[in-house]
Design a protein around this ligand. Structure first.
Ligand code: PGA
Length: 254
């Protein structure tokens, strides 16, 4: 059985004060939740503060939203894997569709970041997903296969269980339009089949595949009940600590 992993991607939101009030509320709400892995993914500026606030908290882990693949040097505005590790973060989101479409990240870049994250003992959450035009053109499988293979090229199969894949159909992100549970399950099963082709079926069975795209308390249970959906990467609804706590609790029961 794969343990579900529910992550809050705060994107470019939350000042230090807002992060503190969020945690005050959220940690009380989920104090007894042990059934799922919970990950908070604040902006870089709040990572250190949130890390301190999670110091004595066992059931919530920390993640970063991005990183550079180089270890250090003249890369103004960038953050390395070691800098993230130093703040006790365990996860890093890579290749989010906003990074791919707004900041020109290619599969090749995502691949370099994935390898650098693994080298630094960070667990990558590698995001893949098709646009609406690609779905309408019947290209979902082709796009997912290309992004998955490209992002994981050269990653040894023994590292796969450290990686989380996030299936995020671009048309469902921040739009209020969720993939139906059946559409999501189809994509997740296809991703798992491809993971098996890149490694073997026992390895692919261990990889957790999150769904992302307008996840909210009202659609969590149906999505989490699908056999190949192992969690959620939540954007908008994760900005409200009560709504995110509700998603965590519902996922824990699904
Ligand atoms: P959303 O974002 O929940 O606001 O759709 C998900 C994501 O981008 O990770």
């Amino acid at each position: 059985m794969r343990r579900k992993i529910i992550a809050a991607n705060w994107k470019m939101n939350m000042t230090l004060n807002e992060s503190e009030s969020y945690l005050e509320c959220f940690l009380l709400e989920i104090a007894d939740e042990k059934a799922v892995d919970i990950v908070l993914v604040p902006p870089f500026t709040a990572l250190a503060r949130v890390s301190e606030l999670l110091n004595d908290v066992q059931n919530v882990k920390l993640g970063a939203q991005n990183m550079h693949f180089e270890k250090g040097g003249a890369f103004t505005g960038e953050i390395s894997a070691a800098m993230i590790r130093e703040l006790f973060a365990k996860y890093v989101v890579l290749g989010h569709s906003e990074r791919r479409t707004l900041f020109g990240e290619t599969d090749e870049i995502v691949n370099k970041k994935t390898k650098a994250a693994i080298d630094a003992s960070l667990r990558p959450i590698v995001c893949i997903g098709e646009t609406l035009a690609e779905r309408d053109a019947g290209r979902v499988e082709e796009v997912l296969e290309t992004q998955l293979k490209g992002s994981l090229a050269g990653v040894p199969a023994k590292e796969f269980s450290e990686i989380v894949i996030a299936y995020e159909p671009v048309w469902a992100i921040g739009t209020g339009r969720t993939a139906s549970p059946a559409q999501a399950q189809d994509a997740h099963a296809f991703i798992r089949k491809n993971l098996a082709a890149l490694s073997d079926s026992a390895t692919a069975e261990k990889v957790r595949i999150q769904y992302g795209g307008s996840v909210k308390p009202g659609n969590t249970v149906e999505l989490m009940k699908q056999p190949d959906i192992d969690g959620a990467l939540v954007g908008g609804a994760s900005l409200d600590p009560r709504a995110f706590a509700e998603i965590v609790k519902l996922a824990g029961k699904s």
